[in-house]
Design a protein around this ligand. Structure first.
Ligand SMILES: Nc1nc2c(ncn2[C@@H]2O[C@H](COP(=O)(O)OP(=O)(O)O)[C@@H](O)[C@H]2O)c(=O)[nH]1
Ligand SMILES: [Mg+2]
Ligand SMILES: [Zn+2]
Length: 344
């Protein structure tokens, strides 16, 4: 077979093994090579929306075949909460992760903390986008904004209404300069409505459409990258029912930097803040400067992280053991070969 010419392309959509890529300004359907699929050891080896890939063109440039994924700058991961929860990549190479949360019944601080931890872990910058300001009782707005500010140290917080358009310009400001963003948040948070507002048209189906949609539960079925008039790009994700934290290490420390700062004052360097004497975190809790809910979220996410790391360690140990076994077999084979050559 003659050497194929390779081109760089951007993955713009993915749904059950079928991809779309943007190559030289044209969107093409794409599949991956059997080699790429065969050599993949985990879901992380498959292309994901936002990935830069190497493609060959076929059918007179009407179709693309993906041969490889180029190194990722950032990667947003989601882990299922189940025991078998394998890390699932949601979006690659995003600059900002928008955590979209409604100020209506969708408002949930524990979920926000979970999403923030995953966002910090991705390597991208988290931005909290509070939607449905028009639905928030005015007397509760200030308290909710305060709680969000406490839960999201270091992250920008925007407050908007996709209905009235209030605050949408600030979102556009975040997208300016061609930033690539990913919208995450639970179903009904207002992600698709915000995207449509930014796109100035119906780019994604929203909750209202779903009510008359006989086909299924999810209004946003595939992950899709949308290029917006303001120059930015948005990846809308379907409502994620459970969002486990995958490799929260740094992410946890960053999203709970307030607890980290307090921990510097604990008597023991490895204080777990679960009742040790001289614990500065416990002192803050008693003084009311730290809420019990926030500390509970921290402990919960930390336990999840530790369980995940433990699983990772087991996998690593197993892989090392197999490598040693293979090496042992190879050494034995070489020995036998030498003996055979010596005529032994
Ligand atoms: N009043 C009001 N309703 C909104 C706003 N944003 C979204 N909604 C409604 O909330 C529901 C869920 O929105 P949708 O964008 O589908 O949420 P998604 O699941 O996160 O994509 C829909 O009925 C929207 O019309 C908003 O800013 N104000
Ligand atoms: Mg949606
Ligand atoms: Zn402590």
């Amino acid at each position: 077979m003659s050497e194929q010419k390779m081109f760089k392309a951007l993955v713009t959509a993915e749904q059950r093994g079928a991809y779309s890529v943007l190559q030289d300004g044209v969107e093409l359907p794409a599949v991956i090579t059997g080699k790429l699929a065969g050599e993949a050891v985990s879901r992380l080896d498959f292309p994901v929306v936002g990935d830069e890939v190497e493609v060959s063109l076929h059918d007179g440039g009407a179709k693309a075949v993906i041969h490889g994924v180029l190194p990722r700058r950032t990667l947003l991961l989601r882990k299922g909460l189940g025991a078998a929860g394998d890390a699932q990549p949601l979006a690659a190479n995003v600059d900002k992760v928008f955590i979209v949360m409604g100020l209506d019944g969708n408002y949930n601080i524990a979920r926000l903390e979970r999403l923030l931890t995953a966002a910090w872990d991705s390597g991208a910058l988290p931005v909290v986008a509070l939607t449905k300001k028009d639905l928030c009782p005015p007397e509760e707005l200030a308290a909710r904004l305060d709680a969000v500010a406490l839960a999201a140290p270091g992250a920008r917080v925007l407050c908007l209404s996709s209905l009235s358009g209030e605050g949408v310009a600030e979102v556009e400001g975040e997208l300016a300069g061609g930033a690539r963003c990913c919208f995450v948040g639970s179903s009904g948070a207002g992600k698709s409505t915000l995207l449509n507002r930014l796109a100035g048209r119906t780019a994604a189906l929203t909750g209202e459409v779903r009510e008359n949609d006989s086909r299924g539960r999810h209004t946003t079925t595939a992950r899709q990258l949308h290029c917006l008039p303001c120059g930015g790009q948005v990846i809308d994700t379907p409502g994620i029912r459970e969002f486990g934290v995958a490799y929260a290490g740094e992410g946890l420390e960053t999203s709970f930097s307030d607890i980290g700062a307090l921990a510097a004052g604990c008597r023991f360097k490895d204080c777990s803040h679960t009742g040790e004497p001289g614990c500065a975190v416990a002192a803050a809790l008693a003084a009311g400067t730290l809420t019990a809910e926030r500390l509970k979220s921290y402990h919960k996410l930390r336990r999840e992280t530790e369980r995940h790391e433990l699983r990772g360690d087991l996998k690593k140990r197993l892989a090392a053991k197999n490598r040693l076994k293979r090496f042992g077999r190879m050494a034995r084979d070489i020995g036998e070969e030498k003996r055979r050559l010596r005529g032994g």
